[in-house]
Design a protein around this ligand. Structure first.
Ligand code: N01
Length: 533
């Protein structure tokens, strides 16, 4: 006797929609969530300044026209507290709370071939069995703190942005060190600088950031937009990024330079990263084209930051724009004009150690009262490896993916029957408006389970050959772009010892959706059913 049809790991955007979709399809389902609230990324990353870089009208569920009509976003880009309120509203509206167990981490899951079911163990010492095991644990969940000698001896408090104290932190009058200048560091820095006595930004790699131009979402604009929401969502589903973007459709290298400057200036003034990189067709595939946009952006930094030496240090070099996630901020670069902010170059003089009163680099010491790490995540695989997942024959997922993650369409992996991943490796998730990707994955998995039941199949798993073929395609598409060309979490370069593999599908959401639909229409081609190929 199996307890449930489906166990879902996590109650972020993915898990919340998964429990709703599965229950609506008549399946018994339960989600386990480690946090004491729902929201996933938006629950944990409550640091000051946390805000989504996808517009609120896009970064929201599309599955319920009623929900999208009744919910009003207050700003163009939603801040973390508002997204969390939205997700709690969704859970209330669709009565999802009975399906979610909070404060419970999934510690392991193992496949029992005889029972054709998963046994899932949780941090409260309990276990439950289910026909299907669905990880909705997120791509950026396992946070990463650098292994700095002496960190234990630091006398002040230290924080990782992804585990921010819910009661907040008061940096007033404090000397604060911030390590990390990715999307998170760039958001939190101006907030700390506004109150701290002094902020030291320890920069290993300078990052590109475009302005947000965040502003309130006006009532008239909202009403007008909501009148064509359905049409817009359909366009988004078929689009490349999950957000319809209008580009010129032409390569930048074929354009007169003054036209290029005019268009980039317009898009810089309008704000947002996607329209900027989507302006021309070759920006993410040709280094020469990418250099044009990089130089435009470096010019904006030089124009903003008054100290030319600091400006030069802030100018990113050595990797293409977009190969690390393009950051968005209205005030990061200008923050360096404040007298209480110093930029510390830890590329040329790395951090050597932490001492009780501060941080020592190879050339200087910095006395600090508090330290903030915005040092990112063990992305894509970290949350999966944090659970002891064992597939057919007891094979640990860690072993199966020793040389890099591999999954068919990003939803399933060979040797792990009846296990699905929402936004897994090999999917376009992190290169898209992830909410639309999540909906597509969840609906595909839901339809697959319904089909399996209707056809009387007990198990499904990808064949190794279909998986290898898909991952070869993922690599081929990625290698035709500049995306793999930076040391970023996209390739696992931020985690010492992690295999360097680019596992995201950058062929676009629309084509990916079409491929998934084609596989389903062909009776789940590339999957073995009931253990048979
Ligand atoms: O993490 P990151 P993040 N010593 O990995 C540095 C999403 N997100 O949390 O570049 C010194 O990008 C590291 O330096 P380097 C978004 O998808 C979205 O900022 O490796 N420094 C880098 O500067 C994003 O991409 C939003 O040389 C060390 C930083 O820490 C993803 O989350 C907001 C170090 C890590 O940058 C992750 O962003 C926030 C070390 N040992 C996040 N280790 C929005 O929607 C790492 N670093 C706006």
């Amino acid at each position: 006797m199996v307890d449930l049809d489906v166990v879902v790991v996590g109650a972020g955007f993915s898990g919340i929609y998964a429990v709703h979709a599965f229950r609506s399809a008549g399946l018994t389902v339960k989600a386990f969530e480690a946090g004491d609230g729902i929201g996933g990324t938006w629950f944990w990353n409550s640091y000051p300044g946390a805000r989504c870089d996808v517009e609120s009208k896009d970064y929201s569920y599309s599955f319920s026209p009623e929900l999208e009509q009744e919910w009003s976003w207050s700003e163009r880009y939603p801040a973390q507290p508002e997204i969390l309120r939205y997700l709690n509203h969704v859970a209330d509206k669709f009565d999802l709370w009975p399906l979610i167990q909070l404060n419970t981490r999934v510690t392991g899951a193992s496949w029992d071939a005889d029972a054709a079911a998963w046994t899932v163990t949780t941090s409260d010492g309990a276990s439950v069995t289910a026909r299907y095991f669905v990880s909705a644990a997120g791509c950026l969940s396992e946070f990463n703190v650098p292994n700095l000698p002496g960190l234990d001896s630091f006398e002040g408090p230290w924080y990782h942005t992804s585990r921010w104290p819910k009661e907040g932190v008061d940096f007033t009058g404090k000397r604060v060190g911030l390590v990390g200048t990715g999307s998170t560091g760039i958001q939190v820095a101006p907030e700390i600088a506004a109150v701290a006595e002094h902020l030291y930004v320890f920069q290993r790699t300078a990052n590109f950031a475009v302005p947000n131009r965040n502003r309130p979402w006006r009532q008239a604009e909202e009403t007008e937009f909501k009148a064509r929401y359905r049409e817009y969502r359909e366009e988004a589903r078929q689009s490349f990024l999950g957000v319809p973007i209008t580009g010129t459709g032409r390569p930048v290298l074929a354009e007169p330079p003054e036209d290029v400057q005019r268009l980039f200036t317009q898009r810089w003034q309008a704000g947002g990263g996607m329209p900027f990189l989507g302006a021309y067709t070759d920006l993410l595939v040709s280094q020469e084209a990418n250099d044009v946009v990089a130089e435009f952006m470096r010019d904006r930094i030089r124009e903003t930051v008054t100290d030319p030496e600091v400006a030069e240090l802030l100018c990113p070099r050595g990797y293409p724009v977009g190969a690390k996630r393009l950051c968005q901020s209205d005030d990061y670069y200008a923050m360096f004009n404040r007298p209480n902010v110093s930029l510390v170059d830890i590329r040329s003089a790395p951090i050597e150690s932490v001492y009780p009163g501060g941080v020592k680099t190879t050339t200087d010491s910095y006395d600090l009262d508090a330290l903030v790490f915005a040092t990112g995540f063990d992305a894509l695989t970290g949350a999966l490896f944090a659970m002891d997942i064992r597939g057919a024959g007891g094979l640990p997922l860690r072993t199966a993916w020793e040389t890099g993650a591999s999954a068919y369409l990003g939803v399933g992996t060979a040797g792990f029957p009846n296990m699905f991943m929402i936004t897994g490796p090999g999917s376009p998730a992190v290169f898209s408006n992830v909410v639309l990707s999540i909906e597509q994955h969840v609906e595909w998995v839901r339809d697959c389970i319904i089909w399996l039941r209707a056809q009387g199949h007990a198990t499904i798993e990808p064949t190794s050959s279909a998986q290898d073929e898909w991952m070869a395609h993922v690599s081929e598409v990625a290698n035709a772009t500049l995306f793999p060309k930076a040391d970023s979490w996209y390739v696992g370069a931020n985690i010492p010892g992690k295999p360097r593999v680019f596992t995201s599908y950058v062929g676009g959401c629309g084509p990916y959706r079409a491929k998934c639909d084609e596989v389903a229409a062909a009776g789940y081609a590339g999957f073995a059913l009931d253990g048979l190929t």
